[in-house]
Ligand binder design. Structure first.
Ligand SMILES: [Mg+2]
Length: 345
């Protein structure tokens, strides 16, 4: 492969290479660059290499179909677009300083550690059931409901306070992908709503946004499990229907109403879910195949999907590249999505 090609053609190669090159070719190209690093590189080589390594992280299975969708979304304008995004390992990094990043659920430390142990015991029991190939889906959904219910009950019984959440987030191994702030900022300027869908804990996600992004966005809404605190700041109950890993996508758009405002309260403007339904072009970001269902309940016209394949076991890329329009590899930053959004807005 000729590294002296212009930057645009290299990006072009990355798109088509998703179609024609098997993953093994992609890997061997990475090795090729590693071998070249024994001598000092010129500035141009460095620029090309950095662009090229960015290109290596993305796979597009069908560039023509993607271009058609991009054109349709661009022509309809930002007023028709919404972004639906998963939280854990999609907005956040999979690896943080060599350690597995924490999810909004498992970062939580209660002031009574006995309850952390109890929740962990539930995890050890139910987590293998979640991935069991032999349990029928309805039965599994019941088990997940049971797991979430018991976990929520332990949070209440253990006397969780909002202060515990703040401290847990401050101590968490969790970072947003580079480019998330720029993505949200770009979309906010164009009044494009961002719905964060999560089977985790919405109050924790809010606190993570507050502490780690240092900025609030009026276009970002969270659809997740919401806590109710008493006057002393103790958790007393959860609001509405439990959102667990298997029903996250069920009427997800309907669950979005009533929406909570930026940091906790109920948004009094009831037309949000209507306007969300009128936005029939969707950009969807997720890290699981199941995240593709986040736009269920919406009669979208055009949808571009981006999948983050964070930890390829060697078998998933072929499935992901057929399922998502873009597949980002190696815990990639959000810059490619920022570029995409600039192209379609
Ligand atoms: Mg996720």
């Amino acid at each position: 492969m000729n590294y002296r090609l212009g930057l645009h053609s290299i990006i072009g190669i990355s798109y088509t290479s998703g179609r024609y090159l098997p993953p093994s070719k992609t890997r061997s190209s990475s090795v090729w660059f590693a071998k070249r690093s024994f001598r000092a590189k010129t500035g141009m080589e460095k620029a090309v290499e950095s662009k090229f390594s960015e290109a290596m992280m993305v796979v597009v299975d069908d560039p023509q179909s993607l271009e058609n969708k991009k054109a349709a979304i661009r022509d309809a304008g930002p007023g028709k677009l919404q972004v639906i995004v998963d939280f854990d390992a999609t907005l956040t990094k999979y690896w943080v300083n060599g350690r597995r990043g924490q999810s909004s659920h498992n970062l939580l430390q209660q002031s009574n550690p006995e309850y952390d142990t109890k929740r962990h015991q539930l995890f050890e029991y139910y987590h293998p059931l979640e991935f069991s190939p032999t349990i029928p889906i309805e039965e599994k959904a019941k088990l997940m409901e049971e797991w979430w219910g018991k976990t929520h009950a332990l949070l209440i019984e253990g006397g969780l306070t909002y202060d515990d959440i703040k401290k847990s987030v401050a101590n968490a191994t969790l970072e947003f992908r580079d480019g998330v702030v720029e993505l949200f900022t770009y979309l906010e300027k164009r009044d494009v709503p961002v719905l964060i869908f999560s089977a985790g804990l919405g109050d924790i996600i809010e606190e993570v946004l507050r502490q780690k992004l240092h900025k609030s966005f009026k276009n970002v809404k969270i659809v997740s499990n919401r806590m109710i605190f008493d006057h002393d700041g103790h958790l007393v109950s959860f609001r509405g229907k439990t959102i667990h890993v298997l029903n996250k996508n069920e009427h997800a758009i309907d669950v979005a109403a009533p929406l909570h405002d930026q940091f906790g309260g109920i948004d009094s403007s009831t037309d949000d879910s209507d306007s969300v339904k009128k936005r029939t072009n969707v950009l969807l970001l997720g890290d699981h195949l199941g995240d593709l269902g986040m736009s269920d309940g919406l009669n979208y016209e055009n949808r571009i999907t981006v999948g983050f394949l964070n930890n390829d076991d060697g078998n998933s890329l072929e499935i992901y590249r057929k399922a998502f329009d873009f597949v980002y590899l190696n815990d990639a930053p959000m810059w490619g999505v920022v570029k995409l959004v600039a192209e379609i807005c």
